[in-house]
Design a protein around this ligand. Structure first.
Ligand code: FEO
Length: 597
C-alpha cells in the first residue's frame, strides 16, 4: 500500500490476539505498522510482532522489489515493534540499524546473540539522515511510551512517523471510527506520561505535517487537527466531553439502586451525557478511559474487608497511576455496620491534583433510605448546576445571587467630620480609569460616613489584608460612628490629608479626593482622584469570599427560625422578612439574608 510516492506500508494485522500487552482486550484486533521509504537509499521503519515474521518479511520483499535495504530505523524497542530485528538482519545482513544509544542498549538485552559490529548508526535528537530526496530528522520522545522512543520526520513528504503516538486499538481494515479506541489505547498505555506527550505535541506544532504514520492503527492523512486536538486534551488531562461518568460496584444490588436513582435524576436535569460503568462487568480499560473523558465522576461502592470492593480499588489505582487530575468527584458509599468506603476512596485520591470534591455525598446503610434519596437529589443538583444554568429552558434567569459572584475586596474607609475620626467597612471600591486615576467608592446613605464624605470631599481607603480578624469587622462594620468612637483604641497615624489610616491589618491605603458624586438610591457613589497611595505589605487582599470562608464566625442559628444575615450573622427571627428590612448590625438589605434551614 502506498502512503506517499516513495513510502509503502508493510505492516501486518493481528486478528487473533486476545490481550494486547497482556491486559487490553482488542475485539477489533491490532495492527503492527511498518513502512519502507524508497529513495537512493532505502529505509525500513521498525519491525512487527513476533507472530508475523513471515508475513512481514514477505511484505518487505514485495516493497523492495529486488533492491536491498540500507537502513533499518528503530524508533521503539517494545517487542510489538522490535521482535523481528534479528530476523530482519539475518535476511538482510548488510543493513545498518539506525537508532539512539538507549535503543541499542535495550536491543542488546533483547537479542543477546545478535552481532552488530559495524552495522550501527547511533543518532542524537535533532540528527538528520539523507536518503537522497528524503531528509529524515529524528526527534526523541522519551516515555511516549518507553524511554528510548524517538519519532522521525520526513520533510520531503511532510510525514511524521510517530511511533506509538496517534496509534489505536483495532486494525485499519476495521471501520470503527478513531476516537474511542484511540482514547482507550492512549489513556491505558501512555496516560501516565501526559507531560512527555505534551512535549512531543509542541515539537509537532513546529513541523509542517501532512501525514502521520503511527505504529498502530490507520495512517492519518486528513483532518489532522482533530487527532492533534484529542491528543492535546488527553495529554493535558483536560475534559473531552461534558457530562457525568458513574463508576460503581454493587454486591446485592443496593448500591446499584442508588446509582440508578442518580442516573435518572441526572438525565431529568439535562445532564448532557451520563455514562454508567459496573466495574465488575465492563472492560476496565474502557471504564478508565471514560473517567479521563468526562469532567465529573461519581464513585459508588461498598465497604469490604474494612476497605472498598476490589474492583473499585483496582479502578482507582488505574486512575491514580495515570496521574488522574482536574476532575470533580462525588462519592456514594455503602456499609452495613462500619462504613469505610468513603474514607478509603478519598484517601486513595488525596494526592491527585486539582480535584474538586462534590459538597454533597450519599452514605447508604445497607439499603436506600428516604434521606439517601434526598442526598442523591442534592448530588444531582450540584453535578448539574452549570448544565441547568446553561440551558435556555431550565435556567433561572432572575437569580440575583449571581451578584455575589462579583469579586469584592473589603476596605475600611476613613473620614473625619471635623471633630471625630470615623471608619466603616465597604466592599464597593473599584478603580475606574488610570489616566487620570479615578477610583469609585460606594457608600450606603444610611451610614454616617456617607454624609461626612459628601460634606468634606476627602476619604482614605484602607485595603484590608487577610490578617484582619473578625474584631476589625465588628468595630468598623457593626456599629455607627454617630454613637461610638471607632478609633478610641487605635494608634493614630495620619496621611497628608489629615485622615487616619490603619496601623495594621492593611496591605495598602489610598487618600482620595471626591471629584464627582452620583446618587444611586440606597447608595451614593464618590468618584475620586488619588492624592496619596502607600503599599504597607505584600499580604493578600481580604476578599469577600475569604471573609465568608475564613473570618466570619458561624452564625448562632441553632434552634432559631427565621433569616440570617450572610454578611454579619445577625439573626432575624420571624416567618417573613420585611422587604425593606435593613440589618441593624451591618446595614445590608434583604438580598443579603437567607432562610435558616
Ligand atoms: Fe506499541 Fe509501546 O509499543
Amino acid at each position: 500500500m502506498e502512503i506517499a510516492k516513495d513510502i509503502l506500508y508493510v505492516g501486518v494485522n493481528d486478528h487473533h490476539i486476545d490481550l494486547f500487552e497482556g491486559q487490553y482486550t482488542v475485539p477489533d484486533g491490532m495492527s503492527y505498522n511498518s513502512y519502507v521509504i524508497k529513495d537512493e537509499k532505502t529505509a525500513v521503519m521498525d519491525t512487527v510482532d513476533a507472530n508475523f515474521t513471515k508475513e512481514w518479511l514477505y511484505n518487505i520483499g514485495r516493497a523492495l522489489d529486488g533492491t536491498k535495504p540500507d537502513y533499518l530505523i528503530i524508533q521503539h524497542m517494545e517487542p510489538d515493534h522490535s521482535a523481528n530485528i534479528y530476523n530482519f538482519m539475518k535476511e538482510y545482513p548488510d543493513t545498518t540499524i539506525v537508532a539512539n544509544a538507549k535503543t541499542f542498549a535495550i536491543m542488546e538485552n533483547f537479542f543477546r546473540d545478535m552481532e552488530l559490529e559495524g552495522k550501527k548508526l547511533t543518532v542524537a535528537s535533532g540528527d538528520t539522515l539523507s536518503l537522497g530526496k528524503h531528509e529524515l530528522t529524528f526527534v526523541f520522545a522519551p516515555m511516549v511510551h518507553w524511554p528510548e522512543v524517538m519519532v522521525t520526520y520526513d520533510s520531503t513528504d511532510k510525514v511524521l512517523f510517530s511511533a506509538d503516538a496517534f496509534g489505536k486499538f483495532g486494525t485499519p481494515d476495521v471501520q470503527d471510527g478513531w476516537d474511542d479506541e484511540a482514547r482507550r489505547y492512549y489513556i491505558g498505555i501512555v496516560g501516565k506520561y501526559g507531560a512527555q506527550a505534551q512535549k512531543l505535541l509542541k515539537v509537532a506544532a513546529g513541523l509542517d505535517i501532512e501525514i502521520i504514520c503511527p505504529l498502530h492503527g490507520p495512517v492519518l492523512k486528513e483532518n489532522l487537527a482533530h487527532y492533534i486536538e484529542k491528543y492535546n486534551i488527553w495529554s493535558s488531562y483536560g475534559v473531552e466531553t461534558e457530562g457525568v461518568m458513574i463508576a460503581y460496584t454493587s454486591v446485592y444490588g443496593n448500591t446499584r439502586k442508588a446509582v440508578e436513582v442518580l442516573e435518572a435524576k441526572l438525565k431529568e436535569k439535562k445532564c448532557p451525557n451520563v455514562v454508567v460503568c459496573d466495574l465488575a462487568r465492563v472492560d476496565m480499560s474502557e471504564a478508565v478511559a471514560n473517567a479521563f473523558r468526562y469532567g465529573k465522576i461519581v464513585l459508588a461502592t461498598t465497604t469490604y474487608n474494612a476497605d472498598i470492593f476490589p474492583y473499585m480499588r483496582e479502578f482507582i489505582e488505574h486512575l491514580t497511576e495515570r496521574n488522574f487530575q482536574n476532575r470533580t468527584i462525588g462519592l456514594i458509599e455503602n456499609g452495613s455496620w462500619a462504613s469505610m468506603a468513603g474514607k478509603v476512596m478519598t484517601e486513595m485520591l488525596s494526592k491527585s491534583k486539582n480535584i474538586t470534591w462534590l459538597e454533597n455525598s450519599t452514605k447508604i446503610m445497607s439499603s436506600l433510605s428516604k434521606e439517601n434519596e434526598e442526598q442523591l437529589e442534592r448530588m444531582a443538583e450540584e453535578l448539574c448546576q452549570e448544565y441547568v444554568a446553561q440551558s435556555d429552558e431550565s435556567a433561572d434567569k432572575n437569580d440575583l445571587t449571581a451578584l455575589f459572584k462579583i469579586g469584592y475586596g473589603l476596605y475600611v474607609v476613613t473620614s473625619n467630620d471635623g471633630t471625630r475620626d470615623n471608619g466603616l467597612i465597604v466592599n464597593t471600591v473599584t478603580q475606574l480609569t488610570d489616566n487620570p486615576n479615578r477610583v469609585a467608592v460606594g457608600i450606603n446613605k444610611a451610614n454616617y460616613s456617607h454624609d461626612v464624605i459628601k460634606k468634606t470631599g476627602v476619604l482614605n481607603v484602607n485595603c484590608l489584608s487577610v490578617e484582619a480578624p473578625f474584631s476589625v469587622f465588628e468595630n468598623f462594620g457593626f456599629q455607627s460612628g454617630r454613637d461610638v468612637d471607632k478609633f478610641a483604641d487605635w494608634k493614630k497615624l495620619r496621611s497628608d490629608n489629615g485622615l487616619l489610616f490603619l496601623p495594621k491589618y492593611i496591605n495598602a491605603f489610598m487618600s482620595l479626593k471626591v471629584e464627582q458624586y452620583l446618587d444611586l438610591g440606597s447608595h451614593g457613589f464618590f468618584i475620586c482622584s488619588v492624592t496619596e497611595a502607600r503599599v504597607m505589605s505584600d499580604k493578600e487582599t481580604m476578599t469577600y469570599t475569604y471573609y465568608q470562608k475564613n473570618v466570619k464566625p458561624k452564625p448562632q442559628t441553632e434552634g432559631k427560625k427565621g433569616f440570617v444575615c450572610k454578611i454579619c450573622g445577625y439573626v432575624y427571627e420571624g416567618d417573613v422578612l420585611p422587604d425593606d428590612f435593613i440589618c441593624p448590625l451591618c446595614k445590608h438589605g434583604v438580598a443579603d439574608f437567607e432562610p435558616i434551614v
